[in-house]
Structure formats: structure tokens, C-alpha cells
Design a protein around this ligand. Structure first.
Ligand code: HEC
Ligand code: HEC
Length: 322
């Protein structure tokens, strides 16, 4: 009996050693591949299957008018509110022009952070059909869509040089990405099956994990250090992130900074519901969105905020569980 056990154990050891050996061999191969990596990154689209997130450095923008436009576009994307408000003719005009956020508030690193709603490749995928608009949308129109919703401000005029600058910047960081490519980093912050939230739990968690950067009243500490999550300085309820699925997905993938990915689906849903139950600017054109149908049920507009207050909200209906 003892001998049999020893035999079996011995056999297992041999098998394990063989497996480890095989793994080492595999590692050896990938090590070799890793050694060749610099060659691969130089011409990513030719040698690697699929597209690579590898935006060029801002140090390499060309001299002259195009380079200037790209850098202006970067400033506008990274520090939207500061730039546009400081150049407005009056404080009131500046506040009407744009809220307190920047594109970086949601698209980290001016859209160059692969993990946080990256904007790399946008110049290669637009124009495209958008259900919310019910039509083909150009990159210019998509930027303006964020200006009036996420930025709760005004559109750039069609001939505004700042709009050209933003397109120049987004085109620059899309370099090397083929037209119409599938971008693996796209649409990552969308929770498919959002659990029914508990807002009181969300508030407790918010006080524990979020106020250091976003302040206890949600007004934030700065567009790129902890942007406004609700109130006058934040996005309006026509923004994509005003939907439970997008907010819960974004929080779970990216927050709290430094510990991203640690919140459960339930916690992310609780936090999203708490944040989206707070007052924020209203989007006036909800009735014009989704003209071809398929309007999502999880847009947290004024009607839903009021239902939360008077306790009549039907979360199963909002979250499409019926
Ligand atoms: C409050 C958050 C927020 C802010 C601020 C914001 N966006 Fe967005 N943006 C989003 C969300 C959410 C989406 C939808 C992402 C998705 O569909 O997965 C989006 C989508 C986009 C898209 C389309 C992405 C795609 O894959 O089709 C572009 C382009 C874009 N934003 C540009 C901008 C620009 C430029 C600014 C600044 C002027 C800006 N955004 C500010 C949240 C924001
Ligand atoms: C260490 C600071 C820090 C902490 C803690 C933190 N955030 Fe953020 N948050 C940021 C920054 C900075 C951004 C801008 C995007 C980026 O840089 O990734 C952001 C962006 C956001 C956004 C999108 C922008 C907006 O205005 O809506 C949401 C939503 C958000 N955070 C929610 C949360 C929640 C919920 C928590 C707590 C679980 C949290 N954050 C904790 C710093 C922080």
C-alpha cells in the first residue's frame, strides 16, 4: 500500500516536472519573442494581428501650422474648461460655453490612456452611424455631441479653428490605425447586467472611497484631479455616462484611482445609482434622441431622479430585467 502510494507520488512528481519543463520551454519561446519586441512595435499593423494602441508622442508633432493645431487640440482636450473659460469674453459666457470638466475627466490622459475610454483611433472609425442620433455622425459632430452633453456647454461652430484643432489632435493620435479597424479598447466601460442598486450603501461607499478626490458634495477638486460628479459643474443627464450601465462600468473599470477593478458589480451599481440620483443639469432634447427607436431604459433623467426621491422607481424596469 505504502509502496503504491510512493509509486503514484513518484509518478505525479515526474509528470509535474515534465509539465514545468514544458512551461519553461514555452517561457523560453516567449522570452525570445519578447527580445524581438522592439522590431514588432516599429511596424505594429504589419507584424501583429489586430490593431495596437500606440499613439505617437507629442514631442514628434510636425513643425508649422499643423503641429500648432495638434498641440492646441491637445490643450483643448486635456484642459477644456480652463482653456475655453479663460478665453471667453465674460465669466458668464465662459460658464455657458462649458462646464467645469475636461475631456480628460472621462477620457484620461487627453484620450491617450488605453484603459480609460481611450480616444485613440477615433479619426479612423468616424464617420459612423450612431443610434442616439439616428444618423451618420462625423468626428466633428461627435466632438460637439460631447460638448453639449458631457461638457454641458455649446457646440463649436462648423468653421471654428478650435474644432479643426481637436480633429487634428485626434487624427494625430489615430496615426497608423486603418480606417474602420476594430479597436479592442473601445466601449469597455459598459456593464452588461447591472444589479439592482442600494443607494444608501452607495452613499456610505462614496464617503469612504471617493470624497478625497471628488469632495463630499460631488463638486470635485479639479477637472483632472477629481472632476465634478454632480451639480452645476458636471455633465447633464443627456450624457452617455448618465446611464446606469455606462456609469457602473466606468466606476468599476477605473475607480477609485489607484485601486481600479476592486469594486464588485453590486458596489459599482450602488455608487452609480447614488451619483446619478443627485441633481445635475437637464438635457432639453431627450425627446429627439433615439429617433429610430431602441431608447435605453437606464438613462437617469429628471423623471427617474424624482422617482428615486418619492420611492416609486422600478429598478427592474430601469435595468431591463423585466
Ligand atoms: C463626463 C464624462 C465625459 C466627458 C467629460 C467627455 N466624454 Fe466623450 N464619452 C463619454 C462616454 C461615456 C462615451 C461613450 C463611450 C462608449 O460608448 O463606450 C464617450 C464617447 C466619446 C467619443 C466616441 C467614442 C467612440 O468609441 O465612439 C468621442 C470621440 C468623445 N467621447 C470625445 C470627447 C471629447 C472630445 C470630449 C471633450 C470635449 C469628451 N468626449 C468629454 C464620456 C465623456
Ligand atoms: C485619487 C483620486 C480619486 C479617487 C479616490 C476617485 N476618483 Fe474618480 N476620478 C479621479 C480622476 C483624476 C478622474 C479623471 C479621469 C482619470 O484621470 O482617470 C476621475 C473620474 C471619475 C469619473 C468620471 C468623470 C465625471 O465627472 O463623472 C467618475 C464617474 C468617477 N471618477 C467616480 C469615482 C468614484 C465613484 C470613486 C469612489 C469609488 C472615485 N471616483 C474615486 C480621481 C479619483
Amino acid at each position: 500500500m505504502r509502496n503504491t502510494t510512493t509509486l503514484i507520488l513518484g509518478f505525479l512528481v515526474v509528470v509535474s516536472l515534465a509539465v514545468i519543463g514544458a512551461m519553461n520551454h514555452q517561457l523560453g519561446i516567449s522570452k525570445k519573442e519578447a527580445d524581438q519586441a522592439p522590431i514588432i512595435t516599429e511596424t505594429p499593423t504589419e507584424q501583429v494581428a489586430g490593431v495596437v494602441h500606440n499613439p505617437p508622442s507629442l514631442d514628434d508633432v510636425p513643425d508649422g501650422p499643423l503641429g500648432e493645431a495638434i498641440l492646441r487640440g491637445y490643450e483643448l482636450t486635456n484642459d477644456t474648461s480652463t482653456v475655453l473659460r479663460s478665453e471667453a469674453s465674460s465669466v458668464e459666457d465662459g460658464m455657458a460655453r462649458v462646464n467645469e470638466l475636461s475631456c480628460t475627466s472621462c477620457h484620461a490622459g487627453a484620450g491617450m490612456d488605453e484603459e480609460v475610454s481611450s480616444l485613440v483611433g477615433m479619426a479612423s472609425v468616424y464617420p459612423m452611424y450612431i443610434g442616439r442620433s439616428g444618423q451618420i455622425v462625423t468626428l466633428e459632430e461627435r466632438i460637439n455631441g460631447c460638448m453639449v452633453r458631457s461638457m454641458n456647454g455649446q457646440k463649436f461652430a462648423e468653421d471654428d479653428e478650435d474644432l479643426d484643432a481637436m480633429v487634428a489632435y485626434l487624427t494625430y493620435i489615430s496615426q497608423g490605425i486603418p480606417v474602420g479597424a476594430e479597436l479592442p479598447w473601445r466601449h469597455q466601460s459598459d456593464m452588461k447586467d447591472v444589479p439592482v442598486p442600494n443607494i444608501a450603501d452607495g452613499e456610505v461607499l462614496y464617503q469612504q472611497s471617493c470624497i478625497a478626490c471628488h469632495a463630499d458634495n460631488g463638486t470635485g477638486t479639479g477637472s483632472n484631479t477629481g472632476p465634478a460628479l454632480w451639480g452645476d459643474g458636471s455633465f447633464n443627464d443627456g450624457a452617455g455616462i448618465a446611464r446606469m450601465s455606462k456609469m457602473a462600468g466606468y466606476i468599476q473599470n477605473n475607480m477609485p484611482i489607484g485601486a481600479a477593478g476592486t469594486l464588485t458589480d453590486q458596489e459599482a451599481s450602488d455608487l452609480a445609482a447614488f451619483i446619478l440620483s443627485q441633481e445635475r443639469p437637464e438635457w432639453k432634447n431627450h425627446d429627439k434622441d433615439w429617433p429610430a427607436g431602441d431608447r435605453p431604459s437606464d438613462i437617469m433623467n429628471k423623471e427617474k431622479r424624482d422617482q428615486i426621491k418619492d420611492g416609486t422607481i422600478d429598478w427592474n424596469e430601469v435595468l431591463g430585467k423585466n
